[in-house]
Write a protein that binds this ligand. Structure first.
Ligand code: ADP
Ligand code: MN
Ligand code: MN
Ligand code: MN
Length: 346
């Protein structure tokens, strides 16, 4: 038997953006534990904005398990928060009720700023560094500093050891701003991995005295870029059948559901989606081929393949909840009949 360090991780009840929380318990197993071997656990909901009435106990229900590369015999346990009966999802538990579909694939591009001493990493104590231009995908100390690359590389390795589908890294447009991409099949799978990747980034940067700033426009109304979390998506129908007619109906449905999407695409998005700096206007839905100023960018490959493949919704922001973003995209897609569902109904 081996003593494993189990880190139970969950989302708290703060709004509009939940915080990640975690605590450790030690349990013995013959080998690396599987999900069904992990017991329910509890925590004090009165300290996390999750207490209901006079009873403050909330239940943690394990839903995904990942190896923890930073700890000997470490296990990362993604949990849903349940009511004391252990079966009713807590009101803050969005994951329990989202739409899911294994054939729906999501690729999230998480942008964020490293922050140190209350400002982006690499910003001088007063004023600003040289204007944007050389930082995006940049190299060299004056562009990326001394520690950012070390952090993103260590984060990449932690994700890969955990089995998270980390797909890539790039330095972003603002100084101190970076991006990583997570891909997953199914909305729960993709979003679980994004939340766990966020957790690993925040835990890793503790030792550097650096925080992660996820706000979508931390530098306000300046010439410094904000942060998004573009959501690339495809269903099996979009990949295998697609077609121009279906695509146009789909875009029509997205246009009509615009406000439903914006409602779950992250707080303060009006600060970012101004229609300037390669962003769309927040209340006007648009789409375009290779258009990075549109709400939805249609890749060249999509058109060249007969309107088949994936689309990029550029509106979700860096603080958005990937569970709710993926679910809203699936909801809008489900409102558009495919040829198959139309003939089945006839
Ligand atoms: P860009 O910065 O040009 O918008 P990235 O390379 O950062 O593009 O991100 C592209 C994302 O698209 C990746 O996360 C990738 O996983 C995702 N992706 C690629 N193919 C598909 C697909 N068929 N369905 C869903 N997402 C996809
Ligand atoms: Mn990208
Ligand atoms: Mn980007
Ligand atoms: Mn993108």
């Amino acid at each position: 038997m081996t003593k494993y360090k189990l880190e139970y991780i969950w989302l708290d009840g703060y709004t509009p953006v939940p915080n990640l929380r975690g605590k450790t318990q030690i349990k013995e197993f013959d080998s690396f534990p599987s999900l069904d071997e992990l017991p329910l656990w509890g925590f004090d909901g009165s300290s996390t904005m999750q207490a209901e009435g006079r009873s403050s106990d909330c239940v943690l229900k394990p839903v995904r398990v990942f190896p923890d590369g930073a700890r000997k015999n470490g296990v990362l346990v993604m949990c849903e928060v349940m009511m004391p009966d252990g079966v009713t999802p807590h009101a803050s538990n969005k994951r329990a009720t989202i739409l899911d579909d294994e054939g729906a694939w999501f690729g999230f591009e998480q942008e964020y700023f490293f922050y140190k001493d209350g400002r982006p990493l690499g910003f001088p104590e007063a004023g600003y560094p040289a204007p944007q231009g050389p930082y995006y995908t940049g190299v060299g100390y004056k562009n990326v500093g001394a520690v950012a690359r070390q952090i993103v590389e260590e984060h990449l390795d932690l994700c890969l050891v955990a089995g998270i589908n980390h797909e890539g890294i790039n330095a972003e447009v603002a100084k101190g701003q970076w991006e990583f991409q997570i891909f997953g099949k199914g909305s729960k799978r993709a979003a679980d991995e994004m939340w766990m990747a966020r957790y690993l980034m925040q835990r890793l940067t503790e030792t550097y005295g650096i925080d992660i700033e996820y706000h979508c426009k931390p530098l306000g109304d300046t010439d410094w870029n904000g942060s998004g979390m573009h959501a690339n998506f495809s269903t099996s129908f979009m990949r295998e059948t697609g077609g121009k007619e279906y695509f146009e109906k789909l875009m029509d449905a997205f246009k009509h559901a615009c406000e439903d999407h914006i409602a779950v695409y992250g707080p303060d998005n009006h600060m970012r989606l101004t229609g300037k700096h390669e962003t769309a206007a927040i209340h006007e839905f648009s789409y375009g081929v290779a258009d990075r100023g549109a709400s939805i960018r249609v890749p060249h490959s999509f058109v060249n393949n007969g309107y088949k493949g994936y689309l990029e919704d550029r509106r979700p922001n860096s603080q958005g909840d990937p569970y709710q973003i993926a679910s809203q995209i699936l909801k809008t897609i489900a409102s558009v009949p495919t040829a198959a569902s139309a003939s089945a109904a006839a």
